[in-house]
Design a protein around this ligand. Sequence first.
Ligand SMILES: NC(=O)c1ccc[n+]([C@@H]2O[C@H](COP(=O)([O-])OP(=O)(O)OC[C@H]3O[C@@H](n4cnc5c(N)ncnc54)[C@H](OP(=O)(O)O)[C@@H]3O)[C@@H](O)[C@H]2O)c1
Length: 261
Amino acid sequence: MTYFSEKTILVTGASDGIGRDLVEQLDTHGPQQMILIGRNNRRLEEVAAGCHSETRTESVDLACPDQLDALLKRLEEVQIDVLINNAGVGLGGVFEGEEDAQRITSMIRLNCDAVVLLTRAILPGMLRRQHGAILMVGSLAGWAGGPGMCVYSATKGFVHRFAEGLRWELAGMGVSVSLLAPGVTRTAFFQSAGIDERDIRSGSMSSKEVARQALIGLARGRAIIVPGLRNRMLLMLQGLAPRGLVGWISRRIFAPIMKRQ
Ligand SMILES: NC(=O)c1ccc[n+]([C@@H]2O[C@H](COP(=O)([O-])OP(=O)(O)OC[C@H]3O[C@@H](n4cnc5c(N)ncnc54)[C@H](OP(=O)(O)O)[C@@H]3O)[C@@H](O)[C@H]2O)c1
């Protein structure tokens, strides 16, 4: 028996990347049921087919308010013990060049609105049962304004503050809130964000390792989980350095993403 055994676990962004690895690793703990959410039904079914535990797939665009509402209604009667708010997208390039306002609002809806609304819908049941765990997926980029991905890093800064506030609001009530803040992780994230992965100079981690460290931290109810020693060192240095220096270094690191036409 482990923390995740016999639990009902909901994972957003379960069809690919970190979310897919979280599901595959959670499966080995013998959960009662996993609810897998993403847009791509074929990939969700593939992930589900690889699991030994009971799964339920929900093909939903979480950035679409109507689809999110309908999902929340379908989940009303489900007792969820562990909520993993993982789904998220990025958007690279200079801010004034991000012409497609719809992509920006869709990213904010997914990275911020859906996280808040799913948590708001699922938390009351956890509080009634006096147990539960919530994982919010932020990013190292959520601690510093990211030149070349200003709006993305702002959405992750939002997730960080939300996770921190909620964790303390719920202290002593049986529900833990953990923040996972990965550094560069090898997934399809960069491609879909329009960023060439080779442009990010910092060392990257595999999504399997990020998921492994995430689940250890989540089971222990850790406040902040930063996978990888290198990322933890970066975060520590960032906390010690003057803000101006952090910005100057970020601009140098992310310069290749800031391609102006
Ligand atoms: N990769 C990194 O370097 C990195 C670093 C720090 C933080 N993160 C964060 O880690 C999380 C997972 O990212 P990843 O690297 O695993 O990216 P990924 O491989 O691109 O996976 C993203 C997942 O989110 C789902 N998704 C995207 N848009 C969605 C929508 N509108 N509605 C529902 N599901 C949606 C995708 O499924 P469908 O396509 O099927 O919808 C997919 O399962 C994100 O929150 C990201 O911000 C990533």
